[in-house]
Design a protein around this ligand. Structure first.
Ligand SMILES: *Cc1c(COP(=O)(O)O)cnc(C)c1O
Length: 361
């Protein structure tokens, strides 16, 4: 059977070369005589896989020495809890910027652990933009400011110029749907977290990149929810998601071999620009997001007619362009075009959109 163009928001498509590499090593990794899935995490051969994944990620993202890389299960959603549990230390207070459903859920969870201030939100406009923020919004002392770098459901993202002007208060960001899509300056953040299943690898692991001085400031936490326990045990207090980390390592190496994040940024911007340019060129499809804030990972669009949107998703799937239905909260369509979506996938989508327009105008 032919592989389709998979526009899923997550778990999402992976680079074919990575899948093929995993396939070639599936039954027997190196001279170990077994699959990576069958290995004890307490063996040198697996420890090497794990350490190399981390080294590759450090190189790829240019992660400074004073940051730790941790592998945690429970997805990005568990970080909605671990972040406030571990970081609401001094002031027991944090700022949350409400730019989408995941941002709002993170905020809701944080309220279980301390005081939450929401200085800026775009909820009143169904999250179609990233709010402008000013320094006076952050006048109260707080432990951190939480943002969502890319809003997967609504198709918006922060550009650097719009990061919260919060002075010395560390920024914590959920980068689940845009990590590795372009180079970023890690030192601008106190903590970066991301579920793997969009741009990193298969589901089952979340990556936490945390400034070391932010670890271990709260005592008495349950072990598996304490960043200090992960740091102390090299993310192996218990069995880590061994295969997911192996796959992530293959993706990191693939990216390093293909020009790193500079090259990804160029490719991703080109793909997104092509798709938005087409959407903007016709009245048949609309993208309602503030132009400056448009995501380069998740492109949302509607025809304005819910039945027609449904028909679009169905016929697109029949043409080998799958998972284009928008999130159930917003309807319409969403093309998730992460790193692994080739430019040919965008071309095929635009061709289909043109044809659908002619047939349904
Ligand atoms: C997908 C996603 C999540 C949820 O991730 P899980 O791993 O399913 O918990 C959270 N935040 C953002 C921005 C996402 O895209």
């Amino acid at each position: 059977m032919k592989r389709v163009y998979n526009f899923s928001a997550g778990p999402a498509c992976l680079p074919l070369a990575v899948l093929e590499k995993a396939q070639s090593e599936f039954l027997c990794y190196g001279d170990s005589g077994m699959s990576v899935m069958e290995m004890s995490h307490r063996t040198p051969v697996y420890q090497d896989i794990f350490d190399r994944a981390t080294a590759s990620l450090r190189k790829l993202m240019n992660i400074p020495e004073n940051y730790e890389v941790l592998y945690v299960q429970g997805g990005a959603s568990m970080q909605f809890d671990m972040v406030p549990m571990n970081l609401m230390s001094t002031h027991k207070k944090a700022y949350y910027i409400n730019t989408g459903n995941f941002a709002k859920t993170a905020m809701k969870e944080a309220k279980l652990f301390g005081e939450v201030i929401c200085p800026a939100s775009s909820e009143e406009a169904t999250y179609t933009y990233i709010p402008e923020m000013t320094a006076d919004m952050f006048s109260e002392e707080a432990d951190y400011v939480h943002i969502t770098s890319n809003n997967t459901i609504f198709g918006t993202r922060y550009i650097d110029a719009k990061l919260p002007p919060c002075g010395d208060i560390p920024i914590v960001t959920d980068m689940s749907s845009c990590i590795l899509s372009e180079p970023i300056d890690v030192s601008k953040y106190g903590l970066i977290y991301a579920g793997a299943q969009k741009n990193i690898g298969p589901a089952g692991v979340a990556i936490v990149i945390i400034r070391k001085d932010l670890i271990g400031k709260v005592s008495g936490l349950p072990a598996m929810l304490d960043y200090a326990v992960y740091e102390k045990n090299g993310s192996m207090k218990n069995t880590p998601p061994t295969y997911a980390v192996y796959m992530a390592g293959l993706v990191f190496d693939y990216l390093l071999e293909n020009g790193g994040l500079e090259a990804m940024k160029e490719k991703n911007e080109k793909k997104a620009a092509k798709l938005y340019a087409y959407i903007d060129s016709t009245d048949f499809y609309k993208n309602t997001v503030n132009k400056e804030d448009r995501s380069i990972m998740n492109v949302t669009f509607v025809t304005g007619d819910a039945d027609l949107d449904k028909k679009f998703a169905k016929e697109a799937a029949e043409a080998g362009l799958v998972n284009l239905k928008g999130h159930r909260l917003v309807g319409g369509m969403r093309a998730s075009i992460y790193n692994a979506m080739p430019e040919e996938g965008i071309d095929a989508l635009i061709e289909f959109m043109k044809k659908f327009e002619v047939e349904n105008k």
